[in-house]
Design a protein around this ligand. Structure first.
Ligand code: G3P
Length: 232
């Protein structure tokens, strides 16, 4: 006997997607090399503050990182669209792995539109609202970066913004990845994955915590102790 047909509305096709991409939020090349050696690092995000902290040459830093990962965000510092366009075109010429990071301003929107027309990849930074996210995506951003930790700092819930953006993204065919930025702890990364965010950028200290679990340590110790007992 044929099995009863499943009512159509109960059939849920779960599309297969690549796992969330993991970026390192740093301008420290040694840290990038270390995490890249694990085989799980998809990219790096830098910003002027991170670059200033390391005190190294910006172009050299970006080029060294481009040898280690396929996606390196390099931020423009000009405030006006023509200046952003000039800087961004220069950065994009350094290496094919460079993604030009542009601030979420009206000048930034003009620059994003220009970079889209030139086929230059972009990451829109300092996104704090759904309306900013939509504007950047409409202007052709490859990636948008909502800053969750800085929203948490104000007493609001940063991950609620990611939930709202992902919900909005379900309605539209935006070819624009949502990168959870300004993460401060492993719970931000877990929640980003729960919400289906495309990318998380993670500080070095938090990235180092990701493989850790006390039950892994105690479990491994027990395996080793038991093996010692029977080993000939
Ligand atoms: O990727 C953005 C990030 O660098 C900002 O992080 O900790 O300065 O808010 P934070």
């Amino acid at each position: 006997m044929d099995s009863p047909a499943i009512p159509e509305h109960t059939v849920r096709v779960i599309p297969f997607r690549s796992p969330m991409k993991l970026f390192l939020d740093t301008a420290n090349v040694a840290h990038v090399a270390e995490i890249a050696s694990w085989g799980v690092l998809d990219g790096v995000t830098t910003n002027p503050s991170l670059v200033a902290k390391e005190g190294k040459d910006f172009k050299q830093t970006v080029l060294e990182m481009c040898k280690l990962v396929p996606c390196v965000s390099a931020q423009v510092t000009a405030a006006d669209a023509p200046g952003m366009m000039e800087q961004g075109e220069e950065y994009a010429g350094w290496h094919k792995h460079v993604v030009v990071k542009v601030p979420m301003t009206t000048e930034g929107l003009k620059a994003l539109t220009h970079f889209k027309s030139k086929g230059i990849k972009t990451n829109t930074t300092l996104v704090f609202s759904v309306t900013q996210a939509i504007l950047a995506a409409k202007a052709g951003a490859t990636i948008i970066s909502p800053f969750v930790g800085r929203i948490d700092d104000t007493g609001e819930n940063g991950m609620a913004l990611i939930a709202d953006i992902m919900r909005a993204w379900e309605h539209y065919g935006f070819d624009c990845e949502v990168l959870v930025a300004s993460t401060r702890n492993t719970e931000h990364i877990t929640e980003a994955a729960r919400l289906g965010a495309h990318i998380c950028t993670i500080p070095y200290a938090v990235f180092k915590e990701l493989p850790q679990h006390p039950l892994t340590d105690t479990g491994l110790k027990k395996f080793q102790d038991d093996w010692e007992k029977v080993k000939k």
